[in-house]
Every structure is written in C-alpha cells, then in structure tokens.
Design a protein around this ligand. Structure first.
Ligand SMILES: Nc1ncnc2c1ncn2[C@@H]1O[C@H](COP(=O)(O)OP(=O)(O)O)[C@@H](O)[C@H]1O
Ligand SMILES: [Mg+2]
Length: 411
C-alpha cells in the first residue's frame, strides 16, 4: 500500500516537474523573444541617435560657418553699388567711386527685391550684403549728427589745464571773436585730443560744445567708415557745409583714427574708400582757414597710428594729451560721480582714489555705479565703505599690488 502510494507519489512529482519545466521553457521562450525585440529596438534607437549626432554635427558646422561669415561681414568695410541691369540669375552692378561694372548673383530673397537703380552694399568679394533704402538723403543724415550736449566743465574731473587750453582754442574764438581781431591774430581752428580710452575725451568735447553755445556736429570715424559706407567723402563735405550754414559751430570727429590711420593704405578698395574720406577731410580742414566760426575737435585713442598728414602743423592748432587720471584727479572724478549718492560717514573717497591707481575715468564712474548697486542689493539706504571696496575689486579686478595694499587697508 505504502509502495503503491510511493509510486503514485513519484508519478505526481514527475508530472508536476514536467509541467513546471514546460512552463519554465515557455517562459524562457517568451523572455528570449522579448529580448530579441528589445535588441532590435535598441539597435533602432542607436541608429536614430547616430543620425541625430550626425545632423547635430552638421548644424554645428553650419552655425560655425555662419558665425564666421557674420563676423567677417561685420569686420569688412562695405562698398556702395547700384544695380545697372538684371536677368533671371544675375545682377550687373556698378560700384560707386571707381565706376567698375561687374556681374554677380544673390540669394533669391535679395534678388526679388532688386531692380535697376537699387542701391546695395557689397563686400570685398563683391557679394551683395544688403539693400539700401532708395536715395538715402545724406543731408538728413548730417542733420542726425547734430547734438545738444548738456555736459558742463564741472562734470569733467581732473583735466583743468586741458580744459583751459581747449577753451582758449575752441570756445574763446567762438564766443569772443573780437578779441582775436583786436590783437590781430588768426584764431585757432581746431584741436586734437589724444589719450587712452575712457579718459574723458568725448566728455570734454561735449562740455566745450555746451559752453560755446555752438551747433555741435558729432560724427565718429568708425561710423563714417562702417555705417555711411561709400558716402564718407560726401558726408564730410556735407558736414562742413552744414557747419558753415549753422555757424558758430563745432565739428567733433571722434575716433578719427578710423579714417585717418596709416594702416588703411593697403591698396584694397576698402582702404581706397577710407582714404577718399580722409582726403576730403584734409581738404575741408585746409579750406575753411578764413572762417573763424567753425571749429574742429578731433579725438583718438591711437595717435600712434594716425596719418602724419593729420598731425602736420596747420591742421590742428593744438594737440592735447588727455592723460590717465592722477590720484588727485581720480578723487575729483569720484566726487563728480558720487555727488548725488547717499554715503555712510566712514566712506573715504580719498582712500578709494588711492586704491584705484591705473583706473581711468570711465572705470571710476563704473565703480561709483557699482558701489550704488551693491547698496541696493543689500537693501541699504546708503552706500558703505565695503560697497566701494567690492566695487573697486569688481571693476578693476584683483590687482596684485592692490591686493597687497588691501591686506592692510581693506580688512
Ligand atoms: N575726466 C573725467 N571726469 C569725469 N568723468 C569721466 C572722466 N573721464 C571719463 N569719465 C566718465 O567715463 C565716460 C566715458 O568717457 P569718454 O569721454 O567716452 O572717454 P574717451 O572718449 O576718452 O574714451 C564719461 O561719459 C564719463 O562718465
Ligand atoms: Mg570717446
């Protein structure tokens, strides 16, 4: 009995094992199938990823190319040309200045806007870069350059002797021309201000204009070259014409190195255009000798690259260096820019002036603004010594000498 029970038990065990094995086999098969599907899916995903990587790379390359092209276009001077005739897939242009005609093409979005007499800007490789609005009125542009600055001499710090000199040369002949007549000397016509960036040249020119009560025509050399492409010489002519009509007037040529640099004589059409502008400028400067009521102020950061023709005696009566501010001048400039600022009593501007050796006027102004911002960030109602110290560090950086000093002073 017990034996048969065992046999039958064995049978059941075997049977149940067989069942389990077959169930497991089934499961195994299902899992293997699932794995196969997953493998296929993984391969697909991998392929897609690879594709994306490739197209990503393609886009990056395209981006890089466009960036390069963009910066190249921005750097290169542009020239003016007019459409002479055009066909389905070509445009014939005539370049202004040298009257050269040539054939080129343009992307469809530009092509469809072109018609004979359209004015376009082209680059060195004679590609159309943009379309210019029709017959831009140079006159209107000259008018745009007239400014009425409100800067006073009080807002210019630490340049007392330079202010004195420029007043004698520019302001006095405009406001009291009779003095020169009486003594019988020819009034000076112009000054050139030179010095490192941010030392207050533009500021000073504006102050002179304000005090002289003269029409102030402000143009920048780099604008002449880059914005008024192909029209530089014409614009110079018009500016002097306008200055004569609206006299007494001051023509301020900022960044004169952009038109009057010796480096531009490299024989390209771009430099030819810049040189034409420069020649016109020299001609105008020489031509208005008799006129006592139009003055020129020019400014440059780079007197070292200026064309010697501009520096020749007779062109500018005075060449005035605008120096980096001394400690005393720095104090003055800080005072100017913190005049309306609520400061806590322990703020000592003299200390800040001492600690900002090598900083220029623009940086000192930035320090004042930054110190104010620091106070605002702290939600304080006055600017503290620490606000200034942090501002000096932020604007001028951690100068080594300064750090040594600040170990003593700023701790
Ligand atoms: N001597 C200065 N006195 C007061 N502020 C100055 C002085 N120099 C520069 N600044 C400040 O810096 C700004 C930029 O100076 P800016 O006249 O454009 O310098 P530059 O023309 O010499 O490069 C000015 O608008 C002014 O706020
Ligand atoms: Mg300037």
């Amino acid at each position: 009995m017990s034996e048969s029970t065992t046999v039958s038990d064995n049978d059941t065990i075997i049977e149940s094992f067989a069942k389990r094995i077959s169930a497991l086999e089934n499961e195994n098969k299902a899992l293997t199938e699932e794995m196969e599907t997953l493998k296929v899916e993984r391969e697909e995903a991998r392929a897609k990823l690879f594709e994306s990587l490739i197209s990503n790379k393609k886009y990056l390359r395209e981006l890089e190319r466009l960036k390069k092209e963009n910066s190249l276009l921005r750097r290169m001077p542009l020239f003016l040309a007019t459409v002479v005739e055009m066909g389905e897939d070509y445009v014939m242009l005539r370049q202004h200045g040298n009257n050269q005609e040539f054939i080129t093409t343009a992307p469809p979005e530009i092509m469809e806007k072109l018609e004979p007499n359209t004015r376009v800007a082209i680059n060195n490789s004679l590609t159309i870069v943009r379309i210019l609005e029709r017959s831009v009125d140079v006159r209107a542009k000259t008018m745009e350059l007239i400014e009425a600055p409100s800067i006073t001499y009080d807002e210019v710090g630490g340049l007392d002797s330079q202010i004195q000199e420029i007043r004698e040369t520019v302001e006095l002949p405009l406001t009291r021309p009779e003095i020169f007549e009486e003594i019988g000397i020819e009034p000076p016509r112009g000054v050139l201000l030179y010095g490192l960036p941010g030392t207050g040249k533009t500021l000073l020119a504006k102050a002179v204009a304000n005090h002289s009560m003269a029409t102030f025509i402000h143009m920048s050399g780099s604008e002449l070259v880059h914005k008024f492409i192909g029209e530089g010489a014409q614009l110079v002519r018009d500016i002097f014409q306008m200055a004569r009509e609206k006299a007494p007037s001051i023509i301020f040529i900022d960044e004169i190195d952009a038109v009057g640099s010796i480096r531009t004589h490299d024989g390209t059409t771009g430099s030819a255009e810049v040189n034409r502008t420069m020649m016109q400028l020299l001609a105008e400067m020489d031509g208005f000798r008799e006129r006592g009521d139009v003055k020129i102020i020019a400014a440059t950061n780079r007197i070292d690259i200026l064309d010697p023709a501009l520096l020749r005696p007779g062109r500018f009566d005075r060449i005035i260096e605008i120096p980096m501010p001394s400690e005393q001048a720095r104090l003055k400039i800080l005072e100017i820019h913190t005049q309306k600022m609520k400061q806590s009593p322990e703020v000592d501007l003299a200390e800040i002036a001492r600690e900002t050796e090598g900083g220029n006027g623009a940086e000192l102004k930035a320090i004042a603004v930054e110190a104010g911002m620091n106070a605002i960030r702290r939600e304080a109602n006055q600017v503290s010594r620490e606000d200034f110290i942090a501002a000096v560090k932020k604007v001028l950086g951690e100068d080594e000498e300064r750090t040594d000093e600040s170990l003593r002073m700023f701790t």
